[in-house]
Design a protein around this ligand. Sequence first.
Ligand SMILES: [Zn+2]
Length: 468
Amino acid sequence: MKGGVLLARLLRFLKAAALVALLALSIASPVAGASEGPRYIFLFIGDGMGEAQVKAADLYSRASGRGELAFAALPARGRVTTGTAKGAVTDSAAAGTALASGHKTENGILNMDPSKTKRFVTVAMLARDRGMRVGIVTSSFMNDSTPAAFYAWSPSRTELYEIGKQLADSGFDYFGGGGLSRRRDRKGDGKDLYEIAAAQGCKVLRTAAEILAARPGEGILASGSAGALHYEIDRPEGVLSLAEYTRLGISLLDNPNGFFLVVEGGKIDWACHRSDTAAMVRDVAALDDAVKEALAFARDRPGETLVVVTADHETGGMSLDGEIEGSAFHAVFSRQRRSNESFDAEVAEMRKGGRGSFKSMLPALAGFFGLGNLSGEEKEELEAAFAQSMKPVVRRTRDKDYNRRYGPYEPLTMAASRILARRGGVNWTSFGHSGAAVPVYAVGPGSEYFSGENDNTGIGRALIHLLP
Ligand SMILES: [Zn+2]
């Protein structure tokens, strides 16, 4: 008995000694505020943005005179593995769940375990419960998987109407960027999602003027767009950018209790699915412009602001040739004036007309993509794709070779985009996601948690740990 009491005393003493040592360490810490942790937390997610996407966008940005990508130069860097509970290749639902909650799940599931019975709590929900303000900005639609992973639970990411209904229940302060998609439920008898949000006390702002005049308050839903925002390459004058929605978010969320703001560059993924290098590099730059808003805010609050930039997964199996030179790279992709998605409409017109020859189509290709001086091989590839594109969709034979070349997209558009990519030293090997690790960049208090090797659940857990 006596020995036990002594041991307990000794343990208590050791505990106390360790505490004193720990205290001395934290007092001696040379970094002001480092032991405090961040009060303002930004999480930027480039959907589909792997290492190669960042490298290509950085190359393009420098060569265009815009300068380097600001986020790629942040001091803390790491690599993040992205597999799901069972598989190597994730979708945005499972990856968003990992980043938001620190838990693995399966593709298609939002913030629930693979059995779809247990719900996970997200970093955004915890931030709200601790009195911080919370905001979500995306260039995709607001009930898409990545933004939804922070505010909703769903056994299926495709339940857009049910997910959209949860937005208003979240009690978050600000939603900005892309609007709600599938606003009425499948049966068509439900209320419009915006009406539901308004009925629950959300302030729904739909014009640029209304949005820019927004004042702080709970449940501001600001979207000037029907669904996702435009690709940056297509964004008309006067339509708010991802950076503008981010800046507005900062002004609405800023308060002494701190905030948590997620910003997703959602259409990087869309461009990568479609092998659209020119659209991708501009959407990464648009995300970088949004990061710059956060970095400007961080300069005003030194030692209090954590900025983390990462991706949920890589899209397109993209790689870069070894020896790419910036100005040549820029010359290839700056000639494409719009996203390749808008070229699909031109192809559809040709098909409808039914009398266009391959030769008569070539000027359109040169005009849209800047694809001239075709080699024999390029011509062959385009002619085969053109023949497919001129057939009605139902009459095409979608065999293995067809799917490898064009995926589910317009053959002529894909052939042209991939030829353009190759000319610039870019190789797209897939129309889907890959299992490649993604980069993470960070600055500010707590940024050391993000350097080195990590898993996406580790990113989620670190964010939760760092909440004040
Ligand atoms: Zn995707």
